[in-house]
Design a protein around this ligand. Structure first.
Ligand code: SF4
Length: 61
């Protein structure tokens, strides 16, 4: 699956702390996900998605 960060991101940095393999901060101060397929069972990525305070992370099969 792939992850995307939508326009709701408030740049709290939580996802990059939980799962730096997938999420990184941009120069604009918001998160973005790597543009690659991610193992669907990658627990830290799921954790980041579920803990984002504004539900800005979406998973696409
Ligand atoms: S956890 Fe959510 S709000 Fe915080 S940086 Fe990541 S995508 Fe943005």
């Amino acid at each position: 699956m792939r992850y995307i960060v939508n326009g709701s991101c408030v740049g709290c940095g939580l996802c990059t702390g939980i799962c730096p393999e997938v999420f990184t901060m941009t120069d604009e101060g918001v998160a973005k996900a790597i543009d690659e397929e991610v193992d669907r069972d990658l627990a830290t990525a799921l954790d980041a998605m579920q803990n984002c305070p504004v539900q800005a992370i979406e998973a696409q099969e």
